[in-house]
Design a protein around this ligand. Structure first.
Ligand SMILES: Nc1ncnc2c1ncn2[C@@H]1O[C@H](COP(=O)(O)OP(=O)(O)OP(=O)(O)O)[C@@H](O)[C@H]1O
Ligand SMILES: [Mg+2]
Length: 409
């Protein structure tokens, strides 16, 4: 295995840092060869709040994955998330340069630059410009306009921007861990490569990553990303509610949640009991599991209602034919799919990462949708051919520029 065949993903979460190493094998499959996960103490809602602890976490997770894989890595594809991310759709229009070949890559570049030419605050920077559709003269909904004849080219794009300081600190943490940043990807966009089918993206789907600190989501329709947003609540809030509600230390509340948690109280029998350790030497108690459910349910409802409101605001609420796909650690909660069905009134499925071989047992878990998504993004980015190859080259340059720009401040 050469260094070029290796892709390493770094998922910097609020509750865990995970590193996944994969190689592209001779059958052109993505083979996961190493996984390292460690609790995260230096990040909150996608933002580095303690540099040293983040660096230590990165070293630990990458070190574990390297040991398992028997390789040394030097660069990573990293995800960014959190409520500092803002995204919006924009459009650019240009007059096509008059050549015999029709619309060229140069024209695409120009129209994207045009769409990107929007004013954003000084403390923010664009991290993604994701093309959605092109319009050539009056023909709308074109995905690949290169080579087509036309006079006027219009592009619709999804622009993702992030707080400069947030991204700079992520890059700093990675470099202090003696690694370099190969690519920076919006986390829910990356996750879509691990859990969504092309068909779902075509029909209309909302991917919701219910993590520890935040709930990030992305809407896809007609094959392209249409809307992304974040709700600043996640599993950690549920754990805190349980700690308060059951008067138990947070660490125990976390264990209880994972073991007995249920998103709809009425799903469990009234006389189903569980043991709750007491605080400060107090005796342990027997509590009904339904009570636990009645603590979790309103918080889950709140999270999904905030997502639903945002989906409505995006205008894509009646276009989600393929429904909702839930992923992230909190998606493992019993009954979460039923609760989501109730709130969104759409079909719901749990997204487990797929599209890989190798250590599938270790990563077939919604917790790893982010990491596997980053790997698959890295892989596709590398393998894209033809027109996309040229386009990827163009976006590669943007990424390099982004990384250098963030490093320069
Ligand atoms: N079986 C389970 N039932 C309920 N919740 C669970 C379960 N397993 C894990 N979780 C919760 O999932 C959360 C962690 O998920 P994940 O790893 O996706 O988050 P993260 O990436 O660390 O955070 P974020 O993406 O918000 O920064 C924790 O709050 C954890 O308690
Ligand atoms: Mg996460």
């Amino acid at each position: 295995m050469t260094k070029e065949d290796i892709i390493t993903a770094l998922d910097l979460g609020t509750t865990k840092i995970s590193a996944i190493i994969a190689e592209v094998n001779e059958k052109d499959e993505v083979n996961v060869v190493g996984v390292g996960t460690t609790p995260s103490y230096g990040l909150r809602r996608g933002v580095v709040v303690n540099l040293d602890k983040t660096v230590a976490g990165i070293r630990q997770a990458v070190g574990e994955a390297e040991l398992m894989a028997g390789v040394k890595v030097n660069n990573v594809v990293v995800g960014i998330a959190g409520d500092h991310i803002k995204s919006f759709n924009s459009r650019g229009v240009i007059a096509v340069s008059r050549t015999e070949e029709g619309i060229s890559n140069e024209d695409i570049k120009r129209v994207i630059e045009q769409a990107k030419a929007v004013t954003i605050p000084m403390d923010r920077k664009i991290v993604h410009v994701l093309p959605q559709d092109y319009t050539v003269d009056d023909q709308t909904g074109i995905k690949e306009p290169v080579g087509m004849a036309g006079i006027r080219l219009e592009a619709e794009v999804h622009i993702v921007s992030a707080a400069v300081t947030a991204v700079s600190n992520i890059i700093k943490s990675i470099e202090r861990a003696n690694l370099s940043v190969r690519d920076i990807i919006l986390q829910p966009y990356a996750s879509s490569f691990a859990v969504l089918d092309e068909e779902e993206k075509e029909l209309g789907v909302c991917l919701i990553d219910v993590g520890g600190g935040t709930t990030d989501f992305a809407i896809f329709f007609e094959g392209s990303i249409r809307h992304t947003s974040v709700v600043g609540l996640g599993g950690v809030n549920i754990t805190n509610d349980i700690a308060i509600g059951l008067r138990t230390p947070r660490a125990q509340a976390e264990e209880i949640k994972k073991r007995y948690g249920v998103a709809i109280a009425s799903l469990v029998d009234t006389n189903e009991m569980m043991e709750v350790p007491g605080v400060g030497g107090r005796k342990k108690r027997e509590v009904s599991r339904q009570i636990l459910g009645s603590i979790i349910e309103p918080r889950m409802e709140e999270i999904f209602s905030l997502v639903e409101r945002e989906i409505k605001r995006s205008g894509f609420d009646d276009r989600l034919t393929a429904g909702i796909v839930l992923t992230g650690g909190t998606a493992k909660m019993e009954g979460i799919d039923q609760l989501a069905e109730r709130i969104f009134d759409l079909p719901v499925k749990i997204g487990i990462p797929k599209g890989i071989v190798g250590l599938t047992d270790a990563v077939s878990d919604p917790v790893h949708a982010g990491g596997i998504g980053l790997i698959l993004y890295g892989y596709r980015h590398k393998e894209e051919t033809g027109f996309f190859d040229k386009k990827a080259g163009f976006f590669d340059k943007i990424i390099k520029r982004i990384v250098n720009w963030f490093k320069s401040i």
